[in-house]
Design a protein around this ligand. Structure first.
Ligand SMILES: *Cc1c(COP(=O)(O)O)cnc(C)c1O
Length: 402
């Protein structure tokens, strides 16, 4: 029997939608012209790039001239954060505000600026992963150059009060950036109404291709060039455009934002089914992230007494792709900075599992994942010395039974 893959790691990346791929293919074949060339073969490429820019702008509620194509979310984050910091430093503004649980593209950009002499305030988040506009207001200083707060967290799914934070920043005249990589296509975004000055997004998180993203940067703000060279992207990011990627991004964002309420309802149903089922079926389980202010497709649970890696391996043996709360990418076994930021003890953070649903998933897959975990968790606990200590009453559990 061939094992059918159940892909529940859509926060890591998503499959390219069929319609997106079909829209891209001609730009590898007949429409291969360089958008900067003058002849008509090239003009199809130029027109396609500009049409895609229009689609991104429509999805965000901004003008096409405020959209710059980049190589993805990390590149947009780096450009905006370092760009704003470097632009405002000569005027004496060398203070930046962010949260402790941002994506590493933001945190490591901040760390690199700290080495250059910038000062960064890392706001704590509460147990649900929320940061408030009031916290931001209290942290603002006369020398604050930038506030960068993610729209929605990639691990625990918590959605931040972005419009309120934006309002506080604008009242103080401070530039506001949000990493919206997880939010685009999941929630309605309107950068003008939400007082957002700059935003990062990435194609591969909403069924577009990898290696293409965009930065929205409010007009009137000219950041230092990201790449010097030709005149592409208004001269700010030189280099011949990734035309097929840009076309794919445009199509993907058009589809992803076409009917968000309907899509979100379907994802929320799967999400809540899994949370409810597993919390009822297994003892010592905790939901991480805010119960309602969370991404429609995000499930993040901690299971006391076991290690995330064990869950991932046994799930993989059943064809189920998921993600754990340990930063295995770094080769270290430290629990994720996000789970520590919401106050989880190391032992509980280690037993965390993230399942993220996408538009291609079905309720049958959600049920299969629950069935798998209902056997995997007791099996792992039966082999775990940590769990034995808890069961025998030698060590108290960190989590309540239910
Ligand atoms: C995936 C992700 C990124 C990085 O995007 P890439 O396109 O992979 O560079 C940045 N921020 C968040 C919140 C993400 O989920």
């Amino acid at each position: 029997m061939v094992l059918k893959t159940i892909y529940l790691d859509n926060a890591a990346t998503t499959p390219v939608a069929e319609d997106v791929l079909n829209e891209m293919l001609p730009y590898f074949k007949e429409h291969y012209g360089n958008p900067s060339s003058i002849y008509s073969v090239a003009q199809a490429s130029r027109a396609a790039v500009e049409a895609a820019r229009g689609k991104v702008a429509a999805a965000l509620g901004c003008e096409p001239a405020e959209v710059f194509f980049t190589a993805g979310g990390s590149e947009s984050d780096n450009w905006i954060i370092k760009g704003v910091a470097h632009k405002l430093a000569p005027s004496g503004k060398k203070h930046l505000i962010t949260t402790a649980f941002e994506h590493h593209a933001v945190l490591h950009s901040m760390a690199s600026l700290e080495k250059e002499g910038f000062e960064v305030t890392y706001l704590p988040v509460d147990a649900d992963g929320l940061v408030t506009a009031e916290q931001v207001r209290a942290a603002l200083r006369p020398d604050t150059a930038l506030v960068s707060i993610m729209y929605a967290n990639n691990e625990i799914g918590t959605i931040e009060p972005i419009a309120e934070i934006g309002e506080v920043c604008h009242a103080a005249g401070v530039f506001f950036h949000t990493d919206a990589v997880q939010a685009v296509g999941a929630v309605e975004i309107d950068v003008k109404a939400q007082h957002i000055d700059a935003l990062s997004l990435s194609g591969h998180k909403f069924n577009g291709p990898k290696g293409i993203g965009a930065a929205y940067i409010k007009k009137g703000v000219r950041l230092p060039n990201l790449i010097d060279g030709g005149g592409q992207e208004g001269g700010r990011r030189a280099g011949t455009e990734n035309v097929a990627g840009i076309v794919g991004l445009g199509k993907a964002i058009e589809i992803a934002t076409a009917d968000i309420p309907h899509k979100a309802a379907k994802l929320t149903e799967m999400r809540d089914y899994v949370i409810k089922t597993l919390c009822a079926a297994l003892p010592y389980v905790k939901l991480n992230g805010h119960p309602t202010k969370r991404l429609p497709g995000n499930v993040n649970l901690s299971f006391e007494g076991i290690e995330g890696e064990g869950m991932l391996l046994l799930l993989d043996a059943k064809g189920i792709c998921a993600s754990s709360g340990s930063a295995c990418t770094s080769g270290s076994l430290d629990p994720s900075h996000v789970l520590l930021a919401i106050g989880l003890p190391h032992a509980v953070a280690h037993g965390s599992l993230r399942l993220t649903f996408g538009v291609q998933n079905t309720m049958e897959e959600a049920k299969a994942a629950c069935e798998a975990l209902e056997t995997i968790i007791p099996r792992l606990r039966a082999m775990s010395p940590m769990w034995e200590d808890i069961e025998k009453g030698r060590v108290p559990a960190h989590l309540p039974v239910h």
